[in-house]
Write a protein that binds this ligand. Sequence first.
Ligand SMILES: Cc1ncc(COP(=O)(O)O)c(C=O)c1O
Length: 396
Amino acid sequence: MTSSARPLLNRRLAEFGTTIFAEMSALATSTGSINLGQGFPDTDGPEEIREAAVRALREGRGNQYPPGPGIPELRTAVAAHHRRRYGLSYDPDTEVLVTAGATEAIAASLLALLEPGDEVIALEPYYDSYAACIAMAGGRRVPVTLRPHHEDTARFRLDLDELRDAVTDRTRLLLVNTPHNPTGTVLTREELRAIADLAVERDLLVVTDEVYEHLVFDDAEHLPLASFPGMRERTVTIGSAGKTFSFTGWKVGWVTAAPGLVTAVRSAKQFLTYVASGPFQYAVAEALALPDTYFAAFRADMQAKRDLLASGLAQAGFEVFRPAGTYFVTTDIRPLGETDGFAFCRALPERAGVVAIPNAVFYDHREAGAPFVRFAFCKRTEVLEEAVQRLKALAD
Ligand SMILES: Cc1ncc(COP(=O)(O)O)c(C=O)c1O
C-alpha cells in the first residue's frame, strides 16, 4: 500500500468502478430472484460440440500454447463460415485472428488503432467494455444516441444526421454494434449503407461488433458492414462463439479484416493474452461447420423465448421494444409510473423477485437512458414463464 494520497486506480479507469452486473447478481442471490440481468444462457450448447472439446483435451490438442493467430483449423472455419453465410472471402492465414472472446478483440482493436486523443464514435447505449477500452487506449468517446421511435413497431433508431455531425477531424474510428445490445435493434441496409458512405467519405476506420450475427428474428437480416462498398479494407469485424453456440465461458472470439488491420490488432493482442482457450478452439472449428439446421433451430428457440418474455412484460405494464436481434429486450418503465431505471431495478427483486439491468449504465447521457430497463431472455422456458408470472405483480 502506498502512503501517497494518489489513488491506486489510474485516472483513465477511475470512472469504471464495479459493474452493475456484480451488484445486480449479488441482489439476485440475496433475494432468491430470477436473474434476467446478465446475458448468458442457462443451458450449454450442442452436446457434440462439448464432446469435441473433451476429445481435443484428451488427445492433447490445444493443451499447450496454440499458435498466436489461432489454430489453422479455426481460422479456416471462420473464413469458411463468412463465405458460406455472407459470400465474404477472407484468407485464413492473413485475415483472421483468434482472440480470447470478443472482449479481447475489442480491447486489442482499440489499443492497436488509437493514438491518445483520437475520437471514437460509438452508438449509445453501448456495451460497457467499449467505454473502458477506449479509455485504456487514451481515446475520447463520442456517443451518438440511438433514440426510441414508435412507427409500426417501437424500435431504437440511429439518427444519420447526428452521426454525420459527430465526425470531426480528430475522429479515428466508428465503433458499431449490430445486432445491438441492449436495444435489440438490427441496423437496416439503409442505415449500414449510410455508415459505410460516411466512413469512406471521411476516411475512417470501422470496428464492428457482430457477436449476435446469428440472433436475428422475424424478417430481420444481419448484414455485415464489411460487405458494403469501400468497407472491406477499412473494417475490423468481431465475432464470438459464446453467443452463437451457448458456450460463453469458453471465450473464443475472432477478428476478420484486411491483412494490415489484422497485423495491427495482433500486435496488441499478443501482449494481452498471447493465446487462449486451446482445446476450445478445436471444438469451435467444428461448431462453425454445423449445418444450417443448427443455426435455424437456435434462432427459432430464441425467438420463441423473446415472444414469451416480450408479451409477459407488455402484460405487466411495460412498454416493450420488441427486439429484432440479440437476446435482450429493452423496456420503458414510464407506463408503470416509474422514471428512474436504477431505482426501479434496485427495488424489482423485492417487488417481483426478478433482476434486470438499468440501461442508463450503457449511456454517457444518463438522462437519455433513465427510463429504460433491459431483460435477458436466453434462459430456459420454465424460468421465463416463472419470471413472467412474478412480473404480473407489477400490474396489480
Ligand atoms: C455486444 C457484445 N460484444 C461483446 C461481448 C463479449 O463477448 P465475449 O464473451 O465473446 O467476450 C458481449 C457479451 O455480452 C456483447 O454483448
